[in-house]
Design a protein around this ligand. Structure first.
Ligand code: PEP
Length: 252
């Protein structure tokens, strides 16, 4: 069985004080949740405060990005051992905003994924097509290429925590959401590529999340589909009651 995972990507929003205020409001709203893994991805500067605030709760915390190396002369970067030392359990890898604005490539995604697995961080690898790629019928080839490149050289025996997020770029922060049919079809393509790159056992246990303008109103229709194992939420995760409602509706 794949445990549903609902993740909040706060991007470059919230000071530590604002992040703690969110957490204090959010915890009681989801205290009865026993079924979903809930993960918050604050900005790097808010990680210590949020990890402190969620202490001994059911919530987990992860980094929005990391370098693949343990240490080195890489100004501005955060290493996997730094995330682990803070108490992070998860890490986002290859978000489309990292690919678009910070030069993330399929190759760096692959390095980061291998590093996260080696450090026992749960990696959420983001893939997704641009609007022009969808309109020119290249969605399947883009998804296969991104997943195959991310998984190149990954040992299937050590891939177990792998999570992939299908995030069509045209749906991120735009208010446009993939229909359940579009999302389900993309998730099947991704799962088939995980089977081809690793094996069918890993593919069957890999959680594939949908991301792209998930809101309380659409969480249920997306997350009830058999190949959709949860959601990666941006804008609607910034408000505690909206994100709690998404968790609730996704499990309904
Ligand atoms: C995201 O940033 O991963 C995301 C899905 O954003 P939004 O929900 O705002 O579209």
């Amino acid at each position: 069985m794949r445990k549903p995972l609902i993740a909040a990507n706060w991007k470059m929003y919230k000071t530590p004080a604002e992040a703690v205020a969110f957490t204090e409001a959010f915890l009681p709203l989801t205290a009865s949740n026993r079924h979903a893994e809930i993960v918050l991805f604050p900005s790097a500067t808010s990680l210590p405060a949020v990890i402190d605030a969620i202490h001994s709760s059911h919530i987990r915390v992860g980094g929005q990005d990391m370098h693949w190396l343990d240490e080195g002369a890489y100004t501005g970067a955060t290493s996997p051992i730094m995330l682990k030392a803070l108490g992070c359990t998860h890490v986002l890898i290859g978000h489309s905003e990292r690919r678009q604005y910070f030069g993330e490539t399929d190759e760096t995604v692959n390095r980061k994924l291998k590093s996260a697995l080696a450090h026992h961080l749960v990696p959420i690898v983001c893939v997704g097509e641009h609007l022009a790629e969808r309109e020119s019928s290249h969605t399947a080839s883009v998804l296969k290429r991104q997943v195959a490149a991310a998984l190149l050289g990954v040992d299937p025996n050590h891939a177990a925590p792998l999570v992939i997020a299908y995030e069509p770029v045209w749906a991120i922060g735009t208010g446009l959401t993939a229909t359940p049919e579009i999302a389900e079809e993309a998730h099947k393509i991704i799962r088939a590529q995980v089977a081809a790159s690793l094996n069918s056992i890993v593919a069957a246990s890999t959680r594939i999340l949908y991301g792209g303008s998930v809101k309380p109103e659409n969480a249920s229709s997306l997350c009830r589909l058999s190949d959709i194992d949860g959601a990666l939420v941006g804008g609607a995760s910034l408000d505690p009651s909206s994100f709690a409602q998404i968790v609730h509706n996704a499990m309904a």
